[in-house]
Design a protein around this ligand. Structure first.
Ligand code: C2E
Ligand code: MG
Ligand code: MG
Ligand code: MG
Length: 290
C-alpha cells in the first residue's frame, strides 16, 4: 500500500507540474499577443526629495491588461518574459515609450526605467538607449536606468564595459531593491551608480519598537554618502515615516505615501496642479493597539 501511495503522490505532482507548465505556456502565448496588440502600458510613481518635498522624477512601471484575467502584476509576467526571451522586445517598448512620454511632460522631471538583467547583458543596450533618447528628444540627464543586484551574478569584463558605455551616454544609473539579492558589496567599488534604492523590506516597519531596520537604513545611507550616491527609500506608506526616513539621511522617498503609480495622462495634470510639490496622501500613522 505504501508503494501505491507513493505512486499516487508522484502522479499528483507530475500532473501539477504539467498543469503549471501548460498555464505558463498559455501565459507566454498571451504575452506575445499582448506585445503585438498593444495591451501593455506604463504607469508612473513619483520620487520625492526629502529636502524640500519636490517631485524629482517618476518611476515607469509596466502594466498588462490581460483580456481575460484582467490586470496582471509584473511580478507574475516579467519572470516569464525573461524565460521565453520576450523581455527584450518588451524592454525595448518600455524604453521608447517612457522616453517619449517623459519628453512630453511640462516639467523636466526625470524618468526611471527598470532594466532586466537579461537586457543588461545584451551588447546593444547602449545603442538602444541612445536611439530612444535621440528619437524622443529627452535629455540624457533626465533618464535613469534601474538595475538590480542580479546583474552582478556573472560579473566580468563585459559588465564593466556595459556600465561605462551606459554612463558615457550621460544617463543616470540606480541600483534597485538594494539589500535583497547578492551578498557581496565589492561590486559597488566599480559600478558607477548615482543612486541606491533601499528595498521596501527594510523601510516597512522602520518605525516602532524594532530599531534594526533603521540601523540598516542608516548604514546603507552612510555608505552611499561616502560613495557619492543618492538614496531612495522604497515603499514608504505612512506619513509619520517621512520624518523618520529624512532623519535617517535618505535623499529621496518613493511610496504610496506620496501616491500610487498613476496613468501616463495624469502625470502632466499632476505637475501643473501642484507645481512639482508632493502632497502626502497615505495613512497618517500606524494604528497602535490601545
Ligand atoms: P520595483 O522596480 O522595485 O518597483 C517598485 C514596486 O513597488 C512597484 O510594484 C510599486 O508599485 C511598488 N510600490 C511602490 N510604493 C509602494 C508602497 O508604498 N507600498 C507597496 N506595498 N508597494 C509599493 P509593481 O509595479 O508591481 O512592480 C513590481 C516589480 O516588477 C518592479 O519592482 C520591477 O522589478 C518589475 N517591473 C515593473 N515594471 C518593469 C519594467 O518595465 N521592466 C522590468 N524589467 N521590470 C519591471
Ligand atoms: Mg524599480
Ligand atoms: Mg525597487
Ligand atoms: Mg521591487
Amino acid at each position: 500500500a505504501a508503494k501505491g501511495d507513493g505512486r499516487g503522490v508522484h502522479r499528483f505532482y507530475a500532473e501539477a507540474m504539467l498543469e503549471g507548465a501548460r498555464s505558463r505556456k498559455r501565459m507566454e502565448e498571451d504575452l506575445r499577443v499582448a506585445v503585438a496588440q498593444g495591451q501593455l502600458r506604463l504607469v508612473y510613481q513619483p520620487i520625492v526629495s526629502t529636502r524640500d518635498a519636490m517631485v524629482v522624477g517618476y518611476e515607469a512601471l509596466l502594466r498588462w491588461d490581460h483580456p481575460v484575467q484582467g490586470n496582471m502584476p509584473p511580478s507574475q509576467f516579467i519572470p516569464i518574459a525573461e524565460d521565453c526571451g520576450l523581455i527584450e522586445q518588451i524592454g525595448e517598448w518600455v524604453m521608447r515609450t517612457a522616453c517619449t512620454e517623459a519628453a512630453g511632460w511640462p516639467q523636466a522631471a526625470r524618468v526611471a526605467v527598470n532594466v532586466s538583467s537579461i537586457q543588461f547583458a545584451k551588447p546593444h543596450l547602449p545603442a538602444l538607449v541612445a536611439q530612444a533618447l535621440a528619437q524622443s528628444g529627452l535629455a540624457p540627464s533626465r533618464l535613469e536606468l534601474e538595475i538590480t543586484e542580479s546583474v552582478f551574478l556573472n560579473q566580468d569584463q563585459e559588465s564593466h564595459r556595459q556600465f561605462a558605455a551606459l554612463k558615457s551616454l550621460g544617463i543616470r544609473l540606480a541600483l534597485d531593491d538594494f539589500g535583497t539579492g547578492y551578498s557581496s558589496l565589492g561590486y559597488l567599488r566599480h559600478a558607477p551608480f548615482d543612486k541606491i534604492k533601499i528595498d521596501q523590506s527594510f523601510v516597512r516597519g522602520a518605525i516602532g519598537t524594532d530599531s534594526r531596520n533603521a540601523a540598516i537604513i542608516r548604514a546603507i545611507v552612510t555608505m552611499a554618502d561616502t560613495l557619492g550616491m543618492e538614496t531612495t527609500a522604497e515603499g514608504v506608506e505612512i506619513q509619520d515615516e517621512i520624518e523618520l526616513i529624512r532623519n535617517l539621511g535618505c535623499s529621496h522617498i518613493q511610496g504610496f505615501v506620496y501616491g500610487k503609480p498613476m496613468e501616463a495622462a495624469d502625470v502632466a495634470q499632476s505637475m501643473s496642479e501642484h507645481g512639482g510639490r508632493a502632497e502626502p496622501v497615505g495613512l497618517k500613522s500606524h494604528r497602535r493597539p490601545r
